[in-house]
Design a protein around this ligand. Sequence first.
Ligand code: HEM
Ligand SMILES: *[C@@H]1O[C@H](CO)[C@@H](O)[C@H](O)[C@H]1NC(C)=O
Ligand SMILES: *[C@@H]1O[C@H](CO)[C@@H](O)[C@H](O)[C@H]1NC(C)=O
Length: 327
Amino acid sequence: MISSKISSNLSLACFVATILLLASNMHCQAHLSSTFYAKTCPTGLSTIKSAVNAAISREKRMAASLIRLHFHDCFVQGCDASLLLDDTSSFTGEKTALQNFGSVRGFSVIDDVKSKVEKICPGVISCADILAVAARDASVAVSGPTWTVKLGRRDSTSASKDLAEANLPLFFASLDTLITGFGNKGLSERDMVALSGSHTLGQARCVTFRDRLYNNNTNINASFRTTRRRRCPDIGAGGDDNLAPLDLVTPNSFDNNYYKNLLQKKGLVSSDQVLFSGGSTDSLVTEYSKNRNLFYSDFAAAMIKMGDIEPLTGSSGQIRKFCNVAN
Ligand code: HEM
Ligand SMILES: *[C@@H]1O[C@H](CO)[C@@H](O)[C@H](O)[C@H]1NC(C)=O
Ligand SMILES: *[C@@H]1O[C@H](CO)[C@@H](O)[C@H](O)[C@H]1NC(C)=O
């Protein structure tokens, strides 16, 4: 009796705490809303979608590149389009950070989307929101999940190479380092494993997976390693920029093959295979490999969470006219 009374009091306390927490969260993010541009630019979202679809039909890989842009934006001083800024005399931007240089791409597609949007509603839609919407539209274009994008982010006036290098995950990171890094952004292990599933798309350069092919590591499928070594020779023999698909089965369509590959030790980059290497994330990888729909719904939820990282709202920041330079 007493213990059930205590536990019901406890759960009441938890309930109240949750409501307070929700209320404070809602307060923090009151400015992001899916209808933010409904009055100021009613055709804005469909304009973004057609330009994104056109870019992806020209080149399938662009879907991957656009999803990655939103991720690399949000992890560095929040989802504020800082990634898109060129260097200026007052700061060195993020494009030359180790994790971006030579691999991050899609800037010209974003510039093209921005110019189309500026034509219909000048000075209204931020570059940060364009990145968020383009990531969702890219997922849909390659038969991935859809979600409702919250809007109202504003653009930064500066960017930082140092912050990019400190905040973006590295391909050789351990599982613990990855978990901590995502945790610092308010993302759980589950979010991290689901978001990593976007490596169902796109390509990586030999420099990012060479070590995995030659370091005598046993957590790699031998026949897969032989195949990948052909276009990624050992250090000193060149080929640094040779590409290989992150998902060897279906690199241009969004599905759960990424997780199936990990079960067979066919993750391309070390940070992929560490998600299935005897640690705490093994069970999630197994679940997603068996249940595509679960992966899709967790991915969508995690993308929404990622899109909520430290947005500039209200009168902070600005709506850039051109995404590569502050007004
Ligand atoms: C868990 C930590 C992660 C690490 C260490 C990581 C690392 C990498 C690396 C090394 C590449 C290849 C880059 C190159 O060639 O230099 C890559 C590509 C890619 N990453 Fe990640 N990634 C991570 C998480 C994510 C997340 C959370 C997303 C999106 C939500 C994402 C989306 C992509 C996509 C789509 C590509 C292919 C891009 C293209 O082909 O243009 N990654 N990632
Ligand atoms: C891997 O193993 C081979 C043969 O046992 C050895 O010659 C080589 O030095 C090892 N490489 C590394 C990076 O440990
Ligand atoms: C390695 O790949 C081969 C060929 O795709 C496959 O038959 C085998 O089951 C894989 N090995 C492991 C340990 O999963």
